[in-house]
Ligand binder design. Structure first.
Ligand code: NDP
Length: 275
């Protein structure tokens, strides 16, 4: 029988780890599937997804810069997708309809609470960034029970809009990037693309306490700049986004196939290769 078809859409996408991760999950569970990368420029995203589904594709993962377009084109949207205003997982429904879902927030929390055994309840968390991934992470942190969430973003209006959408002023508020002097946090999460596009983490060293965790959504070489700041500020617990990558893939995989893969062997293989 012809293998069921899945794909990840992005631009660029050639170096995506998603095909390897999904193929490894499928092999584990004895599921026969084909998972490819599809590179499309922004203006051609929707047409390319519709063609893929019309030709028998069953599901698509979506990454930069298409997550908002993926959300916009969908006929049905999960609560997680609505909260982020973005989708990283699309599913073909009968009649040519498309369902949007977002597993970035759940993948992040699963990595931090299960793989890294960090209980987020009662934590004061600082979130750097207010883009698509930051939105998903903000809601997930609040769901996971953080005591307070402070959001800072280069463009402060985007941080304010996110806090307004969350609508819990007693728990979630914004600060200016240069207005953090005198504050300290249990958890600092980098959800900016500074590691990819360049820029500096111009933040007070006093943000961290002895036990504070620093978590970067980036991984590989892109995690170097935030790690540099975190190390200088004295963190003993630095985590990069490789675990989140594997967990968001596992949540998408479970959404499509109804079975949960064991993420550890896949994570360990990638960790050994990427350092
Ligand atoms: P977006 O483009 O939606 O958001 C980028 C964010 O970075 C914005 O908040 C932007 O601020 C900020 N930013 C960019 N450049 C600078 C700078 N020079 N100084 C300060 N802030 C800056 O990207 P995403 O939210 O989709 O992704 C963010 C990061 O998370 C990426 O590195 C991505 O690879 C990673 N990611 C990792 C995942 C994983 O599974 N590990 C999953 C999803 C994302 P402004 O609003 O001012 O432009």
């Amino acid at each position: 029988a012809e293998a069921h078809r899945y794909a990840v859409f992005g631009h660029p996408i050639a170096h995506s780890l998603s095909p390897e991760i999904h193929q490894a999950f499928a092999a584990q569970l004895g599921i026969h599937l084909r998972y490819e990368t599809i590179d499309v420029p922004p203006g051609e995203f929707e047409e390319a997804v519709r063609r893929f589904f019309a030709e028998g594709g069953l599901g698509a993962n979506v990454t930069l810069p298409h997550k908002e377009a993926a959300f916009a084109m969908a006929d049905e949207r999960s609560e997680a997708a609505q909260r982020a205003g973005a989708a990283n997982t699309l599913t073909a429904l009968v009649g040519g309809k498309v369902q949007a879902h977002n597993t970035d927030g759940s993948g992040f929390v699963r990595d931090i609470t299960e793989r890294h055994s960090l209980d987020l309840r009662g934590h004061d968390a600082l979130l750097l960034g207010a883009g698509g991934a930051a939105k998903a992470v903000a809601w997930a942190l609040l769901d996971a029970g953080v005591q307070t969430l402070t959001i800072v973003n280069r463009t402060p209006e985007r941080a304010d809009a996110l806090a307004d959408a969350i609508g819990e002023p007693a728990r979630c508020h914004t600060r200016y990037w240069d207005g953090l002097e005198g504050e300290c946090f249990d958890l600092v999460v980098n959800a900016t693309s500074i590691g990819i596009h360049g820029g500096t983490f111009d933040l007070p060293m006093s943000l961290l306490q002895d036990h504070s965790t620093c978590y970067d959504l980036s991984y590989g070489a892109a995690a170097a700049s935030f790690k540099g700041w975190a190390t200088a500020a004295g963190t003993r617990y630095f985590r990069d986004g490789l675990g989140m990558l594997v967990e968001q893939a596992a949540d998408a995989f479970e959404h499509w196939h109804g079975q949960r893969p064991d993420t550890d062997p896949v994570y360990q293989t990638l960790r050994q290769r990427l350092g």
